[in-house]
Ligand binder design. Structure first.
Ligand code: ADE
Ligand code: ZN
Length: 332
């Protein structure tokens, strides 16, 4: 079987996906209309044209503006269900979904509204498509640690629905150390820990995420490669990176997919995975991330199997379920 057919068919896990980043312009228009919220675009084409970014902040401004039409439980259900339909089409059998409560609670939408809509879609996706999913509640790093503490407090009645906490939004100038206390408190509550680090920020931020936040997995982590000691640490400790190729080119973290560092990461022995980050904004869901990076870097079937295996191995699934999927990766 050729590699492209393999990647389309094989069961996959996605470990880095922002649910607000799956908001397709068509659905955005539909929800804006039914909620009678004005958006600064006249057509779907106009929205798509606005998706040209020079850096992370360019994207975040548009991403938060788009999310502002989400008001009711049904909106969060529709958003999440649309993503699960993509998963079903692409053989994503397990996904660990990030959501940004503060993007919504800051606008007066309750934590309960957000999580109830997402949870109902998770239940329906499990029932109808057999897809399992976990939630990662992400703190917005451009806001204060006090704000994050408030979010942690709001999450506690729903703790059984949330697997991990994360850290996202504007990286530069907002180092992991700013959130050391709230992550320690989150660990105490039983949450697993991830954080965006080394996307636009330096390798030093990756060290901080490891040493101060005690992370279980790194989101992006590209800039780790500038620090040899850090690379050795990641390899020795099997610390996985959730890499997002199309996000990296869309946000100019990487100039060209041909220069993408994921092959180098594999060569060094880093546990890299492939993910879509914000697929509605960056031009493709997980399969497209795989196929484009396979073509740009001429990845071998062996390398692709390693990437897919890593997506299960470094998920938060239990060991028995991991084993079942890992067997399928190698049988396919
Ligand atoms: N929020 C959504 N996508 C993000 C990204 N790629 N980096 C930081 N914050 C984000
Ligand atoms: Zn991300």
């Amino acid at each position: 079987m050729d590699i492209i057919s393999y990647i389309k068919k094989v069961p996959k896990a996605e470990l880095h996906l922002h649910i607000e980043g799956t908001f397709e312009p068509e659905l955005m228009f539909e929800i804006a209309q039914r909620n009678q919220v004005k958006i600064p675009y006249n057509s779907v084409e106009e929205v798509k044209k606005a998706y040209q970014f020079n850096c992370l902040q360019d994207f975040l401004d548009i991403y938060y503006a788009g999310a502002s039409v989400l008001l009711y439980e049904q909106d969060f259900y529709d958003l999440t269900m649309a993503y699960f339909k993509h998963c079903a089409e692409e053989n994503v059998v397990h996904t660990e979904i990030m959501f940004d409560p503060q993007t919504h609670t800051k606008r007066g939408v309750s934590f309960e509204t957000v999580i109830s809509g997402i949870k109902r879609a998770q239940d329906d996706a499990a029932k109808n498509f057999g897809i399992t999913s976990y939630l990662i509640m992400s703190y917005l790093r451009h806001l204060s640690e006090e704000d994050a503490f408030e979010t942690l407090e709001q999450s506690l009645p729903y703790k059984h629905l949330i697997k991990a906490v994360g850290l996202d939004s504007s990286e530069k100038g907002n180092p992991p150390s700013k959130f050391q206390k709230v992550f320690a408190a989150s660990v105490k509550e039983g949450y697993k820990i991830v954080a965006h680090a080394g996307e636009e920020g330096p390798a030093e931020y990756v060290w901080e995420a490891l040493d101060l936040l005690k992370i279980d997995r790194i989101d992006h982590g590209n800039n780790s490669l500038t620090d040899e000691k850090l690379v050795n640490y990641l390899v020795e400790n099997k610390m996985a990176l959730t890499v997002c190729p199309l996000s990296n080119t869309a946000l100019r973290v990487v100039d060209d997919l041909k220069q993408h560092p994921i092959k180098k990461m594999l060569d060094l022995g880093i546990k890299a995975t492939v993910n879509s980050d914000d697929p509605a904004y960056f031009g493709g869901y997980i399969t497209k991330n795989y196929t484009e990076i396979i073509e740009a870097l001429s990845l071998s079937l062996e390398e692709v199997k390693t990437l897919v295996s890593n997506s299960f191995e470094y998920s938060f699934l239990d060991e028995e379920t991991k084993k079942k999927y890992l067997q399928m990766v190698h049988e396919n």
